[in-house]
Design a protein around this ligand. Structure first.
Ligand code: MSP
Length: 638
């Protein structure tokens, strides 16, 4: 019997339509789901929407509509987008559905029955962050802001609490006994460090919010949005509804795939609730990195949303899926830019795979009358390369190292290119005609490319089917047994057709499309030249000053960010700048720079930046603006 494999994404908030970060998460889960399916597992893949809470309540009120109307509208967008992106989810859960509420009530009931004092009524005062809908510990609050810069306010509430403190030791034991519970290791270390500090009880109800699931037995309270949301993973399986068939089959989940920002909720709160209710814990919580724009997390609240819809419309779903899976090292952060998309598109797809396929097909069609060559070959360097690459590819897929898996597929593409160049089939055909030797050469190329198509199938499903049909194999032949040398039939019909990925003129495309596709800020609008001009008074509002770098160091885990202490005449201030690819900290110390002194503080990778260092950017390479070293620090620039 097929092994059940249950994979979930986070359920996404409905106060906005998805951006690239959400798209990435669903594509990555889809790649895993498709891969497991073709390896023979009985996959259940769940995604959905998190629809309760203050943010949705407020966004709806702003529009003068009911929260459910807003949710319905955004959910429709989700469905459209997941269809466009070819996401093969088996179910879609909304936290406003009846089946979800039943699951939440069942979870609370089991906790109350099994551990009667795990849920109690208590009162709590502290810094509350409305944006995050959570209390923030005192040591994470500075100038009435949390670490991400969201405003916080002193609040007292009487709430239901969950005795999270009781689970400090059981959780630490669980991490020790199951070191793969949180992946990658860095995320596990963070979770362990957090729990080792000792857990505080968690407030699990709100009276200030109306849009939510009423607390059982006390409808003045609604259930805390995270307790509500996390339960989706079991409510979607019918937990609490008399019949548990799906729950019995698929729970515990094999992978909860979530962004690194919410690993804690999944690896601390969620297992604690489940332990309390006497339910099995998920096998793995996997935290992926963030898509960044200018080194900041892409998000609605930062206003740097990237919705690559134009890219998808223009180039299709598969190139976009390929790009996000290839460009991001799974688990780490990655900066998004249209340039990097175009570079990968032209390099890997148009000139790489697309070109190898079309030249091979063209030769095979011409020399062998539109059919796969009649003589196969079982002893050649392409076979050796393929057989070396396939286990590496499978290992990378198991380790969720998708960039590495794709890299290995492209090693086979390059091997085909080299093989064609050294064998010169066109010369052979001219001199000796379509003989057995030529048949072997072209059959080898087609066979290697068939294997590449099988490798890329989870990431580019439509491209793989299309290319496999052209090569003369069935579009469905993507199972694990298809990753074996020698499967390509002889004499099957080839269907060359147009190139899969036409090369595009990158400079022209970017010049024409960049601003429309990826406005750096949500508020940036194309303005007519007259409107774009500013008055001298407006310019004077920007406080530009000369500063002297007194110390500098790299921000941990960042390739680009450098944290500097800059003297501005009357004191030092901390500024973080994305200049680390060009400058070393050592060469910055003592240098005079121009800074914007009156910018609102921002937090970059957890480090506060008070101002900005000016630099010109040449193809993304920063070049610092400087002044004559004799100008004293603090001098105004105008
Ligand atoms: N609703 C909660 C999750 C509840 S799960 C029980 C939530 N929603 S979210 O819409 O803010 O985020 C959904 C997922 O998208 C999260 O896993 C989050 O980490 C991910 N991303 C949001 N912005 C992201 C990037 N910029 N980059 C990559 N993924 C990020 O959190």
């Amino acid at each position: 019997m097929a092994k059940p494999f249950y994979i979930t994404t986070a359920i996404h908030y409905v106060n906005d339509v998805p951006h690239i970060g959400h798209m990435y998460e669903n594509i990555a889960a889809d790649v895993i789901a498709r891969h497991r399916r073709r390896m023979g597992d009985d996959v259940f893949f769940l995604t959905g929407t998190d629809e309760h809470g203050q943010k949705v309540e407020r966004s709806a009120a702003k529009e003068g509509i009911l929260p459910i109307e807003l949710a319905d509208r955004v959910v429709a967008e989700h469905h459209r987008l997941w269809k466009t992106l070819n996401i093969s989810n088996d179910d879609f859960i909304r936290t406003t559905e009846g089946r979800h509420r039943i699951g939440v009530y069942e979870l609370i009931k089991r906790i109350q029955e099994r551990m009667p004092d795990d849920i109690y009524l208590g009162s709590h005062s502290g810094w509350y962050c409305q944006s995050e809908e959570t209390f923030i510990p005192d040591n994470q609050v500075k100038d009435k802001k949390d670490e991400s810069g969201h405003p916080v306010e002193q609040t007292t509430e009487t709430n239901y609490f969950f005795k999270l403190s009781r689970y400090t030791e059981p959780l630490l034991r669980h991490y020790r006994d199951n070191p793969g519970f949180v992946y990658p290791q860095t995320r596990l270390n963070e979770v362990v460090a957090f729990v080792e500090q000792g857990l505080k009880d968690l407030s699990i109800s709100r009276t200030s919010v109306k849009w939510g699931i009423p607390f059982p037995g006390n409808p003045d309270h609604v259930i805390y949005v995270w307790m509500d949301a996390l339960t989706n993973y079991i409510s979607a399986l019918g937990f609490g509804e008399g019949q548990h068939a799906r729950f019995d089959q698929y729970w515990p989940a094999d992978i909860h795939l979530v962004g690194k920002d919410i690993v804690r909720f999944h690896a601390v709160y969620w297992p604690a609730f489940l332990m309390s209710a006497g339910l099995p814990l998920p096998k793995r919580v996997v935290g992926h990195g963030w898509w960044l724009r200018d080194n900041q997390k892409i998000s609605k609240s930062l206003g740097n949303i990237v919705r690559p819809n134009e890219i998808i419309d223009r180039f299709g779903t598969d190139p976009f899926r390929y790009f996000v899976m290839r460009d991001m090292v799974f688990g780490q952060d990655q900066n998004y830019s249209d340039e990097s998309f175009i570079t990968r598109y032209n390099g890997d797809l148009a000139k790489g795979l697309g070109n190898a396929l079309s030249r091979t097909l063209k030769m095979a069609e011409t020399y062998f009358e539109g059919r796969t060559p009649p003589v196969p070959c079982n002893d050649n360097e392409l076979k050796t390369t393929a057989e070396q690459i396939i286990p590496e590819y499978l290992k990378a897929m198991d380790e969720l190292a998708f960039h590495r898996a794709l890299e290995s597929a492209w090693r086979l593409v390059s091997a085909v290119d080299r093989y064609i160049v050294t064998r010169e089939p066109w010369k052979h055909f001219k001199e000796k005609g379509a003989d057995e030797a030529l048949s072997r050469v072209l059959w080898n190329c087609l066979e290697a490319l068939r294997i590449v198509c099988v490798m890329i199938a989870p990431v580019m499903p439509a491209t793989a089917s299309n290319a496999l049909t052209r090569i003369g194999d069935g579009p469905e032949a993507i199972g694990s047994d298809a990753l074996q040398w020698g499967r390509l039939a002889n004499g099957a019909t080839l269907r060359g057709g147009d190139g899969l990925f036409p090369v595009i003129d990158a400079a022209k495309y970017l010049e024409k499309n960049m601003d429309e596709i990826t406005p750096p800020l949500e508020t940036t609008q194309a303005a007519s030249p007259d409107v774009a001009k500013i008055s001298i008074d407006q310019f004077m509002q920007t406080d530009l000053r000369v500063g002297e770098v007194r110390s500098a160091e790299r921000v941990p885990k960042s390739k680009k960010l450098i944290r500097m202490m800059i003297f501005t005449g009357d004191g030092e201030r901390q500024i973080v700048a994305g200049i680390g690819t060009k400058y070393t900290p050592e060469e910055l110390v003592g240098r005079k720079v121009i800074i914007v002194a009156n910018l609102q503080p921002a937090t970059l990778m957890g480090v506060e930046s008070n101002g900005m260092v000016l630099a010109a950017s040449i193809d993304g390479e920063p070049s610092l603006l400087s002044v004559d070293p004799s100008v004293p620090a603090g001098t105004k620039v105008k």
